[in-house]
Design a protein around this ligand. Structure first.
Ligand code: NAD
Ligand code: NAG
Ligand code: NAG
Ligand code: NAG
Ligand code: NAG
Length: 391
């Protein structure tokens, strides 16, 4: 009797286990099942009143800040990036801030892959493209020029061809003051002759030429923005600049200052103190990323079919390396060790913009013009993210 009862219990127990196992398996199946690629998502159809922007390089420093601003301003955004230099961590933060369907999607793709790019354009209905994706270190470009012509010039050609084939009519292009080379006269206006002196500047100039020549044969609306030296980060501390550790050597001055302040490198090496400038060090025009992105949004709003708008994006005011270092010391509170060395080949004494064209035509003005303030914002993010987006 007892034995029978025991047996019955056992069999009921194993039934329960079986049932639980079956339910668990079903749950795992539902969760793990790859999402059904629905032929019609919010991203695949134009929606009146919604501007869908493709942001190439949206996982990178400037691109991620652009995505944040576009989402805040109610744009629909698709990021295409192959994470060769950007950070998935930045994309995750953006996705957490804007989880609603139809706001932001991330597509992992390489712009050098024509088939992949065409697939992205045929499966999505873009109204405009902001093309940030590129490799962007002057020094590296002199060592690996083909990497630059490939990832800047050839990939831009790819984007323009795909836009043309799929009827996407607005392009905002990230260009650079490096396309001007070493102009004799300062400040640099948009009419200053472009004579780039390194593969980075040349690759960007060639990409501009491709875009401009194509626009003569189409009704595409084009805005080319030539940035000066970009610094700073999101004032609310959600995003920052986090280049790959292996690119530190190539790095820009702000990254080097912060690395020195953190003790990752022993100090700062300032190359050249005998330039014909007020304090002997090089003078550059530092533009805060928040202002830079504001210029993109204004450019998008002002873009006109069959027109190419070319604009310098800078503050119009130069700061010397010495001034920069002083601002960085104050922003970080660290008495960074500075070593003054002889000049580095290929550096020019003074570069700053004349931003009056963009002031007048797009009603854009730089507002984050306090170097120390911009560096303080960026330093806060750096200190809170010692491993970049990994933390
Ligand atoms: N940072 C500056 O001071 C500065 C100055 C002038 C111009 N720019 C331009 O601004 C743009 C953005 O620069 P950034 O400083 O944000 O650089 P970044 O390296 O942080 O971002 C570039 C992004 O493009 C992506 N990318 C590169 N090649 C790709 C490819 N083949 N396919 C898909 N994705 C690819 C990278 O993964 C990265 O996320 C660049 O076009 C650069 O030339 C930057
Ligand atoms: C086992 O389950 C059956 C129904 O499947 C039920 O009639 C019986 O009372 C259960 N026995 C025990 C010991 O729980
Ligand atoms: C990114 O794209 C380049 C080509 O531009 C390719 O060579 C590289 O392997 C890609 N990187 C990744 C991580 O996919
Ligand atoms: C750029 O192009 C070269 C090929 O010239 C490729 O090897 C490299 O991975 C590409 N991507 C990046 C991010 O440099
Ligand atoms: C220009 O920008 C300023 C500041 O953002 C704004 O107050 C002003 O109304 C704008 N002017 C025009 C003509 O749009």
């Amino acid at each position: 009797m007892d034995y029978l009862l025991e047996n019955k219990r056992k069999s009921n127990f194993s039934k329960k286990i079986l049932l639980a196992a079956a339910l668990t398996a079903l749950l795992v199946f539902v969760i793990k099942r790859p999402p059904v690629i629905s032929p019609s998502t919010k991203f695949s159809e134009h929606e009146p009143g919604v501007t869908h922007v493709l942001v190439t390089g949206g996982a990178g420093y400037i691109g991620s800040h652009a995505v944040l601003r576009l989402l805040k301003d109610s744009y629909r955004v698709t990021i295409v990036d192959n994470l060769s230099r950007g950070n998935m961590g930045a994309v995750k933060i953006l996705q957490e801030l804007y989880p609603e369907p139809g706001r932001l999607q991330f597509i992992y793709a390489d712009l050098g892959d024509a088939q992949a790019v065409n697939r992205v354009f045929s499966e999505n209905a873009f109204d405009a493209v902001m093309h940030f994706a590129a490799v962007a270190y002057v020094g590296e470009s002199t060592v690996e020029p083909l990497r630059y012509y490939h990832n800047i010039t050839s990939n831009t050609l790819q984007i323009v061809k795909a836009m043309s084939a799929h009827g996407v009519k607005t392009l905002i292009y990230s260009s650079t003051c490096a396309t001007y080379g070493e102009p004799e006269k300062m400040p640099i206006t948009e009419n200053t002759p472009q004579v780039p002196i390194n593969p980075y500047g040349k690759a960007k100039k060639m990409a501009e030429d491709i875009i401009i020549d194509f626009s003569k044969t189409s009704d595409m609306a084009v805005m080319i923005l030539r940035y000066f030296n970009v610094i700073g980060s999101d004032p609310l501390g959600r995003l920052g600049e986090s280049p790959r550790p292996e690119l530190r050597e190539q790095g820009r001055i702000s990254g080097a200052c912060f690395d020195a302040a953190r003790g990752i490198i022993p100090g700062l090496k300032v190359r050249g103190i005998d330039y014909k400038t007020a304090d002997g060090t090089c003078v550059r025009d530092y533009i805060d990323v928040t202002d830079l992105i504001d210029a993109h949004v204004k450019a998008l709003a002002h873009a006109k079919p069959s027109k190419v708008g070319i604009y310098n994006v800078g503050t119009g005011k130069g700061s010397s390396v010495r001034e920069f270092v002083e601002a960085c010391k104050k922003a970080t509170g660290v008495d960074i060790k500075v070593e003054y060395l002889s000049r580095r080949a290929g550096d020019y004494a003074e570069v700053y913009s004349d931003p009056s064209k963009i002031n007048i035509e797009l009603n854009w003005t730089a507002t984050y013009t306090n170097l120390q303030q911009s560096l303080t914002t960026a330093w806060k993010w750096q200190k809170a993210h010692l491993n970049g987006y990994e933390t």
